[in-house]
Design a protein around this ligand. Sequence first.
Ligand SMILES: O=C(CCC(O)(O)[C@H](Cc1ccccc1)NC(=O)c1ccccc1)N[C@@H](Cc1ccccc1)C(=O)O
Ligand SMILES: [Zn+2]
Length: 590
Amino acid sequence: LITDENEAWAFVNRVNDESQEVYFKSIQASWNYNTNLTDHNSQLSVEAKLVEAAFEKEVAANASRFNWTAFQNETLKRIFKKASDIGSASLPEDRLTKLKVIESELERLYSSAQLCDDDSTCNNLDPGLTRILAESRDYDKLLWAWFGWRNVSGRKMRNLYKEFVNISNEAARANGYADTGEYWRSWYDMDNLREECQKLYEQLKPLYLNLHAYVKRKLIDKYGEDKFPSTGQIPAHLLGNMWAQSWGNLYSDLLQPFKNKPSVDVTEALKEQNYTAQKMFEVSEEFFTSLGLIPMPEEFWNHSMIVKPDDGRDVVCHASAWDFLNQKDFRIKQCTDITMSDLITTHHEMGHIQYYLQYKNLPVVFRRGANPGFHEAVGDVMSLSVSTPKHLKEIGLLEEVVDDEESDINFLLSQALKKIAFLPFGYLIDQWRWSVFNGETSPEDYNKKWWDLRCKYQGVSPPVQRTEDDFDPGAKYHIPGNTPYIRYFVSYVIQFQFHQALCEAANQTGPLYKCDIYNSHVAGNKLSDMLSLGSSKPWAVAMEKVTGNTTMDAGAIIEYFQPLITWLEKQNEGMDIQWDEACPTDLPVY
Ligand SMILES: O=C(CCC(O)(O)[C@H](Cc1ccccc1)NC(=O)c1ccccc1)N[C@@H](Cc1ccccc1)C(=O)O
Ligand SMILES: [Zn+2]
């Protein structure tokens, strides 16, 4: 084995340059498919992925000729370690081809699915069905959209997904992991990620229970007690979102605690002011540059897809941010709707691009988040400042800001409907998937396990009977999109730690939920010190750069919501805020 570290550096540098070429071609083919879901583009994208995999396999084989585990230089060792962990590229070509074709088909099934009503108007998820779930207050119309979406999406994926699990696990085992779940968890460099997440969930559960109880009472007022199961869950189609993962759409008319105070949902203002997707992206970019962070490059504005094409093409509308790994091309693909929710999503996606820009000169193997949760947190940290009434007024989206206790509760409740409501959802998706990958959940139990977790953790139940002919996990992008999900749960915790630290750096002295780091270059510098590390250091080192601590901690999110916790506990005094672990059994058949 080669022990000379200079020779190793020469190898690493050559591979780094070659890999930029190979990855660029593969990512470009994937972009072409995502923005035009044709058979031809699917084939080209699969072929490019096979070339990429062959390249990664060769690099890993050459790397194994070096005695890299014994190298002195920590960075060199870290590069070799990452270059040796090649995921599905370790599969034989025929199995890899099958895997990539299945992934491509699952993605297309989800993204091109549409639900037609009797007079043959058809709706995709984006924007049609999403708008119905957000805006309709008609129990039966909501049920039609909720049930129909699952029929045209998840229900069609069950066998493909079963096959996907098997081949994905083959790849994981070929790399020395027990299953795909263990491979995914390895990206956090922790031997106790599951336990840490469970601990965080338990700490946040009381707040979730109180929010759930408040919302359920308001929904019972609206839809009538008879629509709610005796087991205590909330029917999944009534929460303003296709997966009940974020309840913000119920705020203005159903949940705002103090009606006589200004609303904080600026969707109306965005529409009144004729906001376009372009304008939303410019407003978002301006927040980042106000902190001294890097502006979007020319290529970004010229080649991103920020609105759904109207030429009849099928595209993947689910938002994503792309790094073409050539240090030049960075794009967002998003079917932007003019809503507050999409203004937040725009910041979320731009947070990914900012991370890309900050680490673009690192070796390719280090152009990743410190851990996947970090990548998901960047944009959301910006949104925590942008969504404050003070900031929304400053950018002209709110007329007046009333600074009193009731208005604070209004604001904190609207934030909790996004940030607290999400937590059990963010936690349970990969509980389901990890159990599928490690064999605890067999195909005949896919849907039962899904609803067991939904009823237990989220306190949300199916409005009508579900069977194993259904495949409800497939109705959520990240399952057919094969995108891990625990990263969002991690992000929802650490983003408040980052927010707390950046607010301190920006000399924001008031309560955490009022903090706006706008224009603070001190905060911006602290953040870029972390982002520019990419995955070159363990995530605890990156976290310490910003917060001074090295662990995930629910203290910051609890501090942020403290006034609301007190208020909700008073609202729920003397009420039973629990629900049964088990789902209701006496459900109607649709
Ligand atoms: O899925 C997203 C946003 C899309 C994304 O930016 O996380 C995107 C998902 C994706 C799409 C295709 C392939 C892989 C991942 N992730 C990225 O674009 C991404 C991921 C890793 C690094 C850089 C960019 N949000 C989640 C959770 C969420 C987060 C924040 C607010 C609301 C909701 C959801 O909608 O359920
Ligand atoms: Zn994201």
